[in-house]
Design a protein around this ligand. Sequence first.
Ligand code: NAG
Length: 328
Amino acid sequence: MKFSSIISGIAAACSLFGSATAAFTNPIRSPGGSDPFIMRSGDGYYYLMTTSWTDLEIARSTTIAGLKTATKKVIYTSTVTNRCCNIWAPEIHWMGSAWYVYFTAGNGDNLDGQRMHVLKGGASAWDNSYTYAGQLNDVWAIDASVIRFSAYGNYLMFSCMYGVTYQSICLQKLNDDNISLSGSITVISSPEQTWEKYSYPVNEGPAALYAGGKTMISYSASYCWSPNYCLGLLTWDGTTSPTLKSAWTKSSGCQLSSGSGHYGTGHNSFFTSPSGGETWIAYHATSNSAGACDDTRYTMVQKITVGSSGSVSFGTPAANSLSISEPV
Ligand SMILES: *[C@@H]1O[C@H](CO)[C@@H](O)[C@H](O)[C@H]1NC(C)=O
């Protein structure tokens, strides 16, 4: 064997070895990792948005490890009184022909003015073309997210207090323009079980999960200043109008809760791996055993288990020492 081919053989082996062992450790963003939304775009990048309170920031990287140091780009800031401040829970969704960023904002004095708003972007999530497209409805509402039903179309889901005493998961029809809503607001889940009422009864942070032909919604239960803030799961019956509470079955307890020194595990998003074969979760947690609602919360990323019948297991929070292979 020629010396040069030995060298290239070693180089090939090294690069194979290198890609097979690409890995990361948690947390991915700390502090400033609240309400993490991660999606993987067709351009090969993972995009991360978290709650900053003051503006909307987006970062991207081709690896999860790279998100730790990725430069954040500001895509929204405003001095308009009713949407300048308390900017929370941005999510970026591809809606057929453009990216849309749904987010919560309000005034600087209190949280009574929290409303949902939307930016319209361009064909690339990294474009600098984001423009403010409007306020979605005029009730107290936070944590907007999109859920799709083949027979019923797209809905916006969010946490609201519309006709209920405690923050609940609500649905309203998303119009074809993707920047306005129509029809009534309906409540599909309220904090009613013990595990949804620690410190204070709350349902918030809905995220759609489609697996094994089932449509599900994960959401955060209990108050964030509690170590018991956790993820619950709603499963749609597949036929009845999704606007009906009776169309959804609630899990009998938390599906992801405190562990490995991480407390208050909640407000998640889901994304798929580059091959499309793996489902991953991003959520926030705190090392404060009393829970936390502030900027000290950090972003965690790990793979979840999805069965072909639509059974899902979120597992337990990954220890920070655990080396996790990049999604494939
Ligand atoms: C809104 O979203 C739908 C479905 O996701 C898409 O077909 C449609 O083109 C979008 N409309 C606009 C104006 O972007």
